[in-house]
Ligand binder design. Structure first.
Ligand code: AMP
Ligand code: ZN
Length: 308
């Protein structure tokens, strides 16, 4: 196969686009896809400082790399989740990426705040992924607004968006469907714009990009993710994609073009303000403050029982 752009031997084939690329042209193609998504969806402009949520995985590191190559002003935000060696390695890779390029990085070690994911999940008997999601959302939102960033970017890719869409459609989650956009405008004074510049790039493409660019990322999946429903949806979608290339992109793209506009805007409820932390909330206390309080209560009880 020959490269679609320069006709030299192709190193990667993209069946969903009926195209193949050599290394240099693939890098060009991937960066241009991201650049177009940012422009077309009005994600942010070159004069806006972007806070990039970086996990140490291929997607968020590839995203950060592309944004730098495109000349955007970026700062990384990494949460060290306290999930054993998985989190230690994620943090090491993220810090190494930032240091090698002289990039600003904010790192939040959750264990230092008494909020390591396994500990709070165990104490509150919640699924680890649910506790982790609550913590991530809170710190992303709070740090973005407190540090004055108008926009927060995550590395969610096409596979993530297709799996999420499938889950939302299977359960007809109308509010979740209404919120499933590559750009979310703030609905509260302490929210910032949230964007997903890789929403049209597949997981395979971001892995190839990271490899071609020599990015050292954590390959292991989070140990808590094994068996998660999201992985089942991804597996189903991969089988569809293999039989019919382009299925994932069509599923997500046509949802955004055709179905999303038909959803009523009233499906998105505006949040109130949390009485604990001042962040947006759908009750008197936000999910984060409820989780933190429950953790503290259960920790005290456990310590009292240990003393008795
Ligand atoms: P996930 O929910 O793990 O699929 O991650 C989706 C996106 O959230 C990633 O691409 C990152 O942008 C962001 N993210 C996930 N985990 C972290 C973390 N520990 N620190 C910072 N950002 C993260
Ligand atoms: Zn709160």
């Amino acid at each position: 196969m020959k490269c679609t752009r320069c006709k030299s031997p192709a190193e990667v084939e993209l069946r969903q686009h009926n195209a193949g690329f050599c290394r240099a042209c693939f890098i060009f193609y991937f960066q241009r896809q991201v650049e177009r998504a940012i422009a077309k969806e009005h994600m942010f402009s070159p004069d806006e400082a972007v806070l990039v949520a970086v996990s140490g995985g291929k997607d968020s590191l590839a995203l950060w790399d592309v944004l730098i190559a495109l000349g955007y002003q970026t700062t990384g935000l990494h949460l060290s989740l306290g999930i054993g060696t998985y989190s230690d390695q994620s943090t090491t890779k993220t810090v190494a990426f930032a240091e090698a390029r002289g990039l600003p990085l904010i790192t939040v070690p959750l264990a230092d705040e008494g909020l390591a994911v396994p500990e709070i999940a165990g104490l509150t008997r919640r699924p680890a992924c649910s506790a982790c999601g609550t913590l991530k959302r809170h710190y992303f939102d709070q740090l973005a607004i407190d540090r004055g960033f108008p926009v927060l970017a995550t590395g969610h890719n096409l596979d993530d968006e297709a799996a999420r869409l499938l889950g939302n459609v299977l359960h007809w989650q109308m509010e979740h469907l209404a919120r499933q956009r590559p750009v979310l405008q703030p609905t509260h004074e302490r929210f910032v714009r949230k964007v997903k510049p890789l929403f049209r790039c597949s997981e395979y493409e971001s892995a190839v990009y990271a490899f071609f660019r020599g990015i050292d990322y954590i390959v292991d999946e989070c140990p808590n993710a094994a068996g998660a429903t999201q992985l089942l949806y991804k597996d189903v979608l991969n089988r569809l994609e293999a039989a019919s290339p382009g299925s994932k992109l069509t599923f997500v793209q046509e949802f955004l073009h055709k179905a999303h506009p038909a959803l009523t805007p009233t499906a998105i409820e505006a949040p109130q303000t949390c009485q604990g932390c001042g962040m947006p909330s759908y009750g008197a206390l936000c999910g984060f403050c409820r989780l933190v309080r429950e953790t503290a209560t259960r920790r005290e009880r456990r310590q009292a029982a240990e003393r008795a």
